[in-house]
Design a protein around this ligand. Structure first.
Ligand code: F6R
Length: 602
């Protein structure tokens, strides 16, 4: 995910920017760039790939003396990871870096293009610098022009702008994306999170949404909608490891919390007003395709299963799901009217990669859903859709799973549009529900606190059953896997209607049943399955919008008209439950025993 750094002062700007960007590497990126103004002269450098490439590009450049500077690491969302799309973006005499999404950039871009402005990149960010220069050319006052510019922007942004028109000043604005200002003597730093400035600045101010202003002569002038305002600095932490986790105890916890934000990236440019668009796909991929086979492992297999329900139900296309390690040796019958989809967070899982190679040898068209661009699976596939979850550090996958599900949901609608198997009204209601997903993923304090309290009751017993029906069966599998991975307690995911065909024999008060009971999908059916277990004295933790009197413990979720919104909300509950149980048991949440983040052996 993108990162911003900035610096105004006399120190070596190039080194400060490159070091700062290095501290943001862990967030993931595919290109980087810096821009510096010294003695009225603008210099800029960009490179795709790792920061080492940018270091190489800048090796003959020395920065010294007073100046302003900005830098950025970009994780491609709008437009491919090319040098032209990398930040900082240039106008005639100014540079800008930006995190977030300018939602109205198409309107602004057309307006500027009609007035003769030439755009070099496919990004939304470039509109900011051209708007600024348009207003500056009109009124010749840089701060007025900057203020006029940000008043035109809709959406989420954190942005820094430098200009030869006022060479000793950095302009900044924040709305919806994080940004902070660091202070040390007369030196002023900017960053999208603490880590780049730890060890450099001693005090910090975390900008609030709607705040903007400029830095001149080591002094920050801050404004909000009401006008100029004062602010108080706080002492900056010196603990880098803590800062990388954005203050959370574990990467997994941070990743659970950031799912809502990440989902906006996954949907960006793809969920449009009236349809789904994938710039990475074309009709040719679907020509002569009559069915889909999805192959994956672990958590990615669970998202594949969820996708199969959506694909068959909404897109009306037959869909089979296979565990990659089984598929490889079952001598599968493969037909060339099958689209072969692989799903992988890392893009390096040996079994999934080998399954893909088998399908290709059999002449099948292939599509991968992956979080890592240029990974082996992406390179091997005919087409790839990136999930854009950002780097996932916790070994137990959370946000990668959530974004895989979102891509599958979007892909379902994309295919339904192609096949005309969805009417306009239903498509609109799916798109509306999608747009509400980030809200369904929000973690509230009361919810987290409740799961923390509940977790102490679930540290023993002879096992857990996570049960659900339909779309909620794969979620039950995933809930059980999360718990197993980080608590080392035995847990199984099961279709709730299947319990009476065997596992109910295990039911007693020491059998913990986590029941996923969405109100929008087969509620009465699940309810009777759970009643059967309760009658055998199983301990029931019910997760539902609907109060359930037989529950021993109850986590109430929101009523929602769309099952996928219930799905995402319940997913967060199961993730937090696993996390809190693991913490109480004293386990290493981020690096559970015996597990690796990328499984490159069969
Ligand atoms: C569980 C988990 C694993 C992976 C599996 C496949 O939290 O992360 O089950 O899902 O090893 O990995 P990818 O998705 O990288 O192919």
């Amino acid at each position: 995910m993108c990162g911003i750094v900035g610096y105004v002062g006399k120190k070596d700007k190039k080194e400060i920017l490159l070091d700062g960007l290095q501290e943001l590497e862990y967030r993931g990126y595919d290109s980087a760039g810096i821009a510096i103004i010294e003695e009225q002269k603008l210099k800029h450098f960009k490179a795709i790939g790792k920061l080492a490439n940018l270091r190489e590009r800048t090796k003959d450049y020395q920065s010294s003396g007073f100046g302003t500077s900005i830098g950025h690491t970009r994780w491609a969302t709008h437009g491919k990871p090319t040098e032209l799309n990398a930040h900082p973006h240039l106008g005639e005499y100014s540079f800008v870096v930006h995190n977030g999404i300018i939602e109205n950039y198409q309107i602004l871009k057309s307006e500027l293009q009609q007035e003769g402005t030439k755009f070099l990149s496919q990004t939304d960010t470039e509109t900011i610098v051209h708007l600024f220069e348009k207003y500056h050319n009109q009124n010749r006052d840089a701060f007025t022009a900057f203020t006029q510019t940000i008043q035109r922007l809709e959406g989420a942004y954190a942005t820094l702008l430098i200009t030869e028109a006022q060479a000793k000043t950095i302009f900044f604005a924040k709305n919806g994306s994080p940004m902070l200002i660091g202070f040390e003597g007369n030196d002023v730093y900017f960053a999208s999170s603490d880590t780049p400035i730890i060890g450099k600045a001693t005090e910090v101010y975390y900008l609030e949404d709607g705040e903007y202003g400029y830095v001149k002569d080591g002094k920050v002038t801050l404004f909000d909608a009401k006008g100029e305002k004062s602010f108080s600095k706080q002492t900056l932490t010196t603990n880098k490891a803590m800062a990388q986790k954005d203050g959370f105890r574990f990467f997994m916890e941070k990743e659970i919390y950031e799912q809502g934000e990440v989902m906006n990236d996954t949907m960006m440019g793809r969920v449009l007003d009236d349809r789904i668009e994938f710039e990475e796909l074309d009709n040719q991929l679907f020509e002569n395709i009559s069915n889909i086979k999805i192959c994956a492992c672990g958590t990615s297999y669970h998202s594949a299963l969820t996708g199969s329900y959506l694909l068959e139900r909404i897109a009306k296309i037959p869909c089979q799901v296979e565990i990659a390690s089984e598929f490889r040796y079952k001598e599968p019958l493969l037909r060339d009217d099958t689209l072969f989809i692989t799903i992988s967070q890392s893009g390096e899982t040996a079994d999934t990669l080998e399954a893909l190679k088998m399908a290709k040898r059999a002449g099948l068209k292939s599509l991968s859903i992956c979080n890592v661009d240029n990974s082996s699976i992406v390179r091997e596939s005919d087409r790839a859709i990136l999930t854009r979850a950002g780097i996932e550090k916790g070994v137990a996958s959370t946000k990668a799973f959530a974004t895989q599900i979102m891509v599958l949901w979007m892909l379902t609608l994309y295919i339904a549009q192609l096949k005309k198997s969805i009417d306009k009204e239903s498509l609109q209601s799916e798109l509306n529900a999608m747009r509400h997903t980030p809200k369904a993923l929000l973690v509230t304090n009361p919810l987290h606190e409740k799961l923390h309290r509940l977790s102490k009751r679930y540290l023993h017993g002879h096992g857990f059953f996570f049960i659900g029906r339909d779309l909620f069966f794969p979620l039950a599998l995933e809930g059980a896997l999360k718990l197993k991975e980080i608590s080392y307690l035995h847990a199984e995911g099961y279709p709730s209607g299947e319990m009476k065909h065997g596992p109910i024999a295990l039911a007693d008060s020491e059998l913990f049943t986590v029941a996923l009971m969405p109100k929008s999908l087969h509620y009465e059916k699940i309810k009777s399955n759970v009643e059967e277990l309760s009658a055998r004295d199983a301990t029931i933790l019910a997760i539902s919008p609907e109060p359930f009197e037989l529950a021993d413990d109850f986590v109430q979720t929101k009523y929602s008209s769309h099952p996928m919104l219930e799905f995402f909300e319940m997913m967060v509950v199961t993730q937090l439950l696993a996390l809190e149980i693991s913490v109480r048991l004293g386990n290493d949440v981020d690096m559970p025993r015996n597990l690796a983040k990328s499984v490159t052996v069969e």
